[in-house]
Structures are given as structure tokens and as C-alpha cells.
Design a protein around this ligand. Structure first.
Ligand code: C5P
Length: 221
């Protein structure tokens, strides 16, 4: 993919974890590093795209030429993503969004009690990428990620169909050499019509290969 091939294409990417408060000092989150989403943003910007990166809390530097929007919770990411998605030709959901949030966030630090167990009630967060893919106006070409520990391709295909995505990048996270926190990854790209495996390589190289595949599918539409 040449240097300016994505010129005039607006791409919105979500990255990192979301963080769901329990009280003012505690939260629920996950181990997403944001590396894959940031690598995609850097590669897309280097290819000339107009890139917006919506990220949860991560420790990564903003890639050159990328517009960054920092969010904390899934609901904040949802609001920012839907606003940007309608202005974009391509949307890539790379964030590890918390599936649930705490129903009643305590306003003061929760105190330890004499009880041996306590309960937290969780409520489902909105599915950001499903809402983007479901836009009736200005729907972007929508690309998801699926991190699985078994039946990787099968579960990814199910997500592709259920969330009405154009493409899904399936990723086996049972192998600690890949995925979360690693600098390397291997991915199978799955669309309604074909499947392509991109072997283990750096997230930087993988990002370029994923963008090339997206570009070819998107421009064929
Ligand atoms: O269902 P699951 O979380 O495995 O789906 C993964 C894909 O869906 C990723 O592309 C992720 O960014 C996106 N997703 C989302 N909003 C959610 C949950 C997942 O955008 N609430």
C-alpha cells in the first residue's frame, strides 16, 4: 500500500480497555494494552488517512498525525465513537470494551464490612461496534476484532454475522506469544466471502497488512 493511498479517507479506530468505576478509588477493567489499535492508527496515518483514535486508559504515545480522543468508560467511548463513525468511511473497533458496568457507583470509598462476601450488580454496556454497523445513514465500512481462546474462527464468524460487520480480525489469545500486551500477533481476517490468515508478525507489520486488506475490500464495495 503506497504512502498516500488512504488520502482523503476518514478512519475512526477504538483502542485499549475501558474502565468502569466501582467507587472513587476502584474499577473493573481488563489487560488490553491498546498496542494493536495504536499500531493501526499509526499505519493508517502514515498512509495518508485522516485518523481519529478513541482510546481508553493506556500508556502509549499518540502516533504522529493522529487525532486522539481519550475516554474512560464504555458509555463515553460509545458516545464518542458514534459521533465520529457517521463522519468516517472506515470504522475499526479494536477496543476491549467492558461488557458490564457497575449499576450503582458508590460516591464514597466503600468500607470493608464484617461480611465474608458482598455483591456488585452489573448492567450490560452498549455494544459500540454493533451500533456503528447498524447505522442507517452514513454507515462506515465496519471492522471488528475477536479475541478468543477456542473455536477462534467459528466464534469470530458468529460475531461477524451477529454484529453485521464487514470484516472481523480473529485472534487466538490462548497463546501468550500473541495478542494482549504482546508486540506480536497473528490474525485470521474473515468476511462474508473469504478468509485470510496473516501469520505471526509485529503489530506494526500486521497493521499494514490489515489496512491493505480493508482498503481492497472497501474500495471494491
Ligand atoms: O463480543 P466481543 O466483545 O468479543 O466483540 C469484539 C468486538 O466488538 C471488538 O471489535 C470490540 O471492539 C467490539 N465491542 C464493542 N463494544 C462492546 C463490546 C465489543 O465495540 N461493548
Amino acid at each position: 500500500l503506497a504512502e498516500h493511498q488512504l488520502k482523503n479517507i476518514k478512519i475512526t479506530i477504538t483502542a485499549g480497555p475501558t474502565r468502569e468505576a466501582i467507587d472513587p478509588v476502584r474499577y473493573i477493567s481488563n489487560h488490553s494494552s491498546g498496542k494493536m489499535g495504536f499500531a493501526l492508527a499509526a499505519a493508517a496515518a502514515a498512509m495518508g488517512a485522516d485518523v481519529t483514535l478513541i482510546t481508553g486508559p493506556v500508556t502509549l504515545a499518540t502516533p504522529a498525525g493522529v487525532t486522539r480522543i481519550d475516554v474512560t468508560t464504555a458509555e463515553q467511548m460509545h458516545a464518542a465513537a458514534l459521533k465520529r463513525a457517521e463522519l468516517s468511511q472506515v470504522f475499526i473497533g479494536c477496543a476491549a470494551v467492558a461488557d458490564y458496568r457497575v449499576a450503582d457507583i458508590a460516591t464514597q470509598k466503600m468500607k470493608k464490612t464484617t461480611d465474608d462476601s458482598i455483591n456488585l450488580t452489573l448492567i450490560k454496556n452498549p455494544d459500540i461496534i454493533a451500533d456503528v454497523a447498524g447505522l442507517s445513514r452514513n454507515r462506515p465500512f465496519t471492522v471488528g476484532f475477536a479475541a478468543e481462546t477456542q473455536n477462534v474462527v467459528h466464534y469470530a464468524k458468529d460475531k461477524l454475522i451477529r454484529k453485521k460487520l464487514d470484516l472481523i480480525c480473529a485472534n487466538d489469545v490462548s497463546n501468550s506469544e500473541l495478542g494482549f500486551n504482546s508486540d506480536n500477533n497473528a490474525i485470521t481476517l474473515i468476511s462474508a466471502v473469504d478468509e485470510k490468515t496473516l501469520p505471526l508478525q509485529s503489530k506494526t507489520e500486521l497493521a499494514k497488512a490489515i489496512l491493505l486488506h480493508i482498503y481492497l475490500q472497501f474500495s471494491a464495495k
